[in-house]
Design a protein around this ligand. Structure first.
Ligand SMILES: [Zn+2]
Length: 242
């Protein structure tokens, strides 16, 4: 039986690269570490704590997700270990980093913009050792909507196996590259043994295999973050009243 119940989770913020680099960023994927620092300080001031998706869903199951915000970081750039982990640790927070399992130690060759270094296996292990969650972002950063069954198996199941080999622990979280998914992809994620998955975009509260997220732009100040979280809560409320 598939459980397609919509989940009323707290907002989940979506970051990519966390870096002070000034290399052009045409896809607007880079947030400066000092800006992340300000965002996390804001969460604390609001009485909120940023957590990985694994932690968020466990808390939700206990009815204890209030006061939490999901923090996610896509693609697994080396700057996550270098710049995001220290900020997260300073605030006693955790996040989920989504790693492209077939590109460990490589670059983001799927983008047509500038190249950024991706974490190698030992760096992925260091992230987990630092108390952060590692999730799968497929083998090759593939678009999964409309993909054939063999591609779904390779990108979804095989990437999980690769990361579990690296980490020697269960990988529970999945993230669709480009937010590209359909029902077959979501079913394949569930069948592969993941606990949950997230998409891109905060349009609609989804079920646990299509969790929405709020994009954080490179220039987002504190008011933007507050507005994004408020919009998420409004959507939940209007859905509950619908
Ligand atoms: Zn990605």
């Amino acid at each position: 039986m598939t459980d397609r119940t919509r989940m009323n989770l707290p907002p989940i913020l979506m970051y990519h690269s966390i870096s002070p680099s000034t290399v052009p960023d045409p896809h607007r994927l880079r947030v400066h570490p000092e800006r992340l620092e300000r965002h996390l300080r804001l969460l604390r001031r609001l009485g909120l704590r940023g957590v990985s998706l694994g932690e968020l869903l466990l808390a939700e199951a206990r009815g204890a997700a209030r006061g939490l915000v999901g923090l996610t970081f896509d693609d697994g750039y080396t700057d996550f270990l270098e710049h995001a982990v220290p900020v997260l640790q300073r605030h006693g927070m955790t996040g989920t980093v989504y790693v492209v399992a077939g590109r460990l130690g490589g670059e983001n060759e799927w983008d047509d913009g500038p190249r950024f270094q991706l974490m190698a296996a030992d760096q992925v292990r260091a992230v987990a050792a630092a108390g952060q969650e590692v999730g799968s972002h497929t083998l090759s950063h593939a678009r999964l909507a409309g993909a054939d069954p063999a591609t779904l198996t390779a990108e979804i199941s095989d990437s999980r196996r690769v990361l579990e080999d690296v980490l020697q622990t269960e990988v529970r979280s999945f993230c669709y590259p480009y937010g590209s998914y359909d029902q077959a992809a979501a079913d394949a994620v569930r069948a592969a043994g993941y606990d949950h998955a997230c998409v891109t975009g905060d349009y609609d509260p989804g079920d646990r295999f299509t969790l929405p997220r709020c994009y954080v732009s490179p220039r987002d100040g504190r008011p933007h973050i507050v507005a994004r979280m408020a919009r998420h809560h409004l959507r939940l409320r209007s859905r509950a009243g619908a």
